[in-house]
Design a protein around this ligand. Structure first.
Ligand code: CTP
Length: 403
């Protein structure tokens, strides 16, 4: 189950050329499991049709024609009350102004006044319109009422002008909607530090020693912590992944950099989840210049890289209240994991057998066993990394309640 499952999103589409992108957003939300009710303003209907939205959501899309129909007296109230989130995307300067001043002259603005759920606004307009003091004041007013603004982005507008006013791309908007759905969850107000990816230890300016970690499990844990409302810091070694919307990314490369970042970020944090594959060994020397073939095969002397979890264990004060580690093992999974749980003074360790083809590095699934400091054990079946992350965050929340 994802955070979108069975959530009612009231998607209000207003009159901008970006309205066509709202159809993609409605489709993505529906595919993620949300129930998407769409309302189009009369201006939006000039760009896209209700049929476009009905076709991707499988639900009726509403217009001002419905406002004057049989169910009019309850429609706007009903749509607003059923919603878990009201998203105005794209939002024109005119609709933003109406929302700021409580003007209710079409089904979108009436429903917005009637709704009691959180509101997200994704503006789309020309740069001059967004920067106009009138719009800025309206945005300020709405922010003061707790409305969440997604964007606008900088970039090229349909007019050819370049600046701030571009509609946030639907894939990213999905992340903003996800973030707002998570607000107030069981980790609300709690700082959670998550590490991800495989560190890189330089041999020379172009070569590194690294490992097969894709970062997927760590990124999924960061997302699950955001879904639970946490304030998430993602300390990440290089990966090909896009960080989840709402996470503060601290990019690092080496084990040493990861240690410094983790010690700084996890001081006073509620929890640390070390999902990163940190190098155990690094080249003793990093050549200043590229090692050339003509010089022959270079000997590579290795030395120990810092153990991040042991450094956290050694923190004199402000140690995170709950520390979760991973054990990547190719044999004696539970014995080795139990030993790491103890030696690294963890509250919970997720043990995964990296020799299985459907678990561990570079695949979307994982099969982990959870070992707790009090001796409890839990074997999870084969799951997606997102599902594993949800379970870990759920157990972590439980530990935070107990500790
Ligand atoms: N870890 C760490 N610093 C390191 C290596 C690992 O903090 N230099 C963390 C990992 O992020 C993980 C846990 O320690 O949460 C266990 O990592 P793992 O690679 O399974 O074990 P190691 O401690 O490296 O021991 P070994 O390689 O001998 O199995």
């Amino acid at each position: 189950m994802s955070i979108f499952t069975s959530k009612h999103i009231l998607l209000c589409v207003t009159g901008s050329i970006a309205a066509y992108k709202a159809a993609d957003l409605a489709s993505k939300l529906t595919q993620a499991g949300a129930l998407v009710d769409v309302i189009l303003t009369p201006a939006a209907e000039k760009f896209v049709t209700p049929l476009t939205f009905q076709s991707v959501t499988g639900r009726k899309a509403f217009t001002d024609a419905d406002l004057w129909g049989g169910e009019a007296h309850v429609l706007h109230v009903g749509l607003g009350q059923a919603a878990d989130l009201l998203a105005v995307a794209p939002a024109t300067a005119s609709t933003i102004a109406k929302l700021a001043h409580g003007i209710a002259d079409n089904l979108v603005t009436i429903a917005a006044l009637a709704a009691r759920c959180p509101t997200l606004i994704a503006p789309a307009m020309d740069v001059g319109m967004f920067e106009h003091p009138a719009t800025q004041e309206n945005v300020h007013t709405l922010c003061g009422r707790g409305v969440y603004f997604a964007g606008p982005d900088e970039g090229r507008m349909a007019s050819g002008l370049v600046g701030r006013g571009r509609f946030v791309e639907p894939a990213e908007l999905l992340g903003h909607i996800r973030l707002t759905l998570g607000f107030g969850g069981k980790l609300a107000g709690k700082k959670i530090v998550v590490t991800a990816g495989g560190t890189q230890e330089p041999l020379d300016p172009v070569r590194v020693l690294t490992n097969k970690s894709s970062g997927r499990q760590g990124y999924a844990i960061a997302q699950a912590a955001l879904d639970a409302g946490g304030t998430v810091v993602l300390v990440a070694a290089p990966t090909a992944l896009i960080p989840p919307v709402g996470a503060r990314l601290v990019p690092v490369r080496t084990a040493e950099e990861m240690k410094e970042a983790v010690l700084a970020e996890s001081a006073g944090a509620e929890a640390l989840v070390m999902a990163a594959a940190v190098a155990d060994f690094r080249p003793k020397k990093t050549a200043a210049d590229k090692l050339k073939k003509r010089a022959g095969i270079p000997p590579v002397d290795l030395e120990a890289a810092p153990d991040v979890l042991l450094s956290v264990k050694g923190m004199k004060s402000n140690r995170p209240r709950v520390v979760v580690g991973f054990a990547a093992e190719s044999r004696d999974l539970l014995e080795n994991a139990a030993a790491k749980l103890k030696s690294k003074t963890l509250d919970l360790i997720a043990a995964n057998d990296i020799s299985a083809p459907d678990a561990g590095f570079s695949v979307d699934t994982n099969r982990v066993s959870l070992l707790f400091a009090n001796g409890d054990r839990e074997s999870l079946p084969l799951m997606s990394k997102a599902e594993v992350a949800e379970v870990i965050i759920d157990r972590l929340s439980g530990l935070l309640e107990k500790n």
